[in-house]
Ligand binder design. Structure first.
Ligand SMILES: [Fe+2]
Length: 294
């Protein structure tokens, strides 16, 4: 971890907002030295059966930012989510802020541009986003210096964002009793995921870790905050010194039994466009279903 500019003396205020429809946690992270903040992994509501999109979850984030009089500087996606839609453009229209994602989004756009048979009007250069982060890139939220770590495996574009003593791991890890995310989507790789998890676990033990998802395993209440030390000791998939080989074998067997996420088809089409719903030739918002394409 020597090359990353760590500063555990900064303790940002983190407020988590759980979305029960998709088990996603969206965060508002505030710089302790100013009114500046960032949103991480927002959610747009969809009733897929009805083709209806609404914004209740995003509106709760917007209302909190307005109530606390905060200035939104960043709207960050830890990765192209396959289980929920991003509300980034809806939030940006109302509060401003720059939308950022990992630079490897271009690979994801290439892969799913083909699967969804998108025409040439779909740019595969990440230009739908305001900022593309590469490993080690730093940026500011107010006076707080933050940086992104490339943590691929679940998807090629996954990044962990470190802000003071808080790290937002996306789907690189779940809570210790939840283990890790699947690595079988196109571009995913279990070995790469293991290496990325080790990268996160090489952060200082007392670094706070914030999850993108929690499913309340074994009936416990939903939780989203843990620490590097707790994950190292207790994570059921990688804790206690599990080897790369053990992890890859376990992850591959497990992934082969998992069904596709309920919202993968709308999520990918929207999220690879930074949260914009695609439009048909007449300009109407429209989603596709590639038959036997995934
Ligand atoms: Fe994900």
């Amino acid at each position: 971890m020597t090359n990353y500019p760590l500063n555990l003396a900064i303790h940002p205020d983190v407020s988590g907002h759980f979305d029960p429809a998709t088990n996603t946690i969206s965060y508002i992270v505030k710089d302790p030295a100013s009114d500046s903040c960032a949103i991480i992994d927002s959610v747009m509501d969809i009733d897929y059966a009805a083709g209806r999109i609404t914004h209740e979850h995003a509106d709760t984030l917007i209302a909190e930012i307005q109530r606390r009089d905060l200035v939104l500087e960043w709207i960050i996606e830890t990765h192209v989510h396959a289980d929920h839609l991003s509300a980034a453009p809806y939030i940006q229209d109302r509060l401003g802020g720059k939308i950022g994602i990992g630079a490897k989004i271009m690979e994801v756009q290439e892969t799913f541009g083909k699967i969804f048979n998108e025409g040439t009007e779909f740019q595969r250069d990440g230009s739908q986003f305001d900022r593309l982060f590469s490993d080690g890139d730093s940026y500011q939220i107010g006076q707080m210096a933050c940086f992104a770590m490339h943590t691929p495996g679940h998807t090629p574009a996954c990044m962990t964002h470190v802000m003071g003593d808080a790290a937002f791991v996306g789907d690189t890890l779940f809570m210790p009793d939840g283990g890790s995310a699947r690595a079988d989507f196109p571009g995913g790789d279990a070995g790469m995921l293991y290496d990325s998890i080790q990268k996160v676990l090489s952060l200082p033990d007392r670094m706070r870790l914030f999850m993108c998802h929690d499913y309340g395993p074994n009936g416990r209440d939903i939780q989203w905050e843990t620490s590097v030390g707790a994950e190292k000791a207790d994570n059921i998939h990688v804790g206690g010194g599990k080897t790369r080989e053990e992890f890859v074998r376990f992850r591959t067997e497990r992934d082969a039994q998992l069904a596709m996420p309920r919202l993968i088809i709308p999520s990918l089409q929207v999220n690879m466009r930074a949260g914009e719903v695609p439009r048909d030739k007449d300009g109407r918002p429209m989603l596709k279903v590639p038959v036997n394409g995934l």
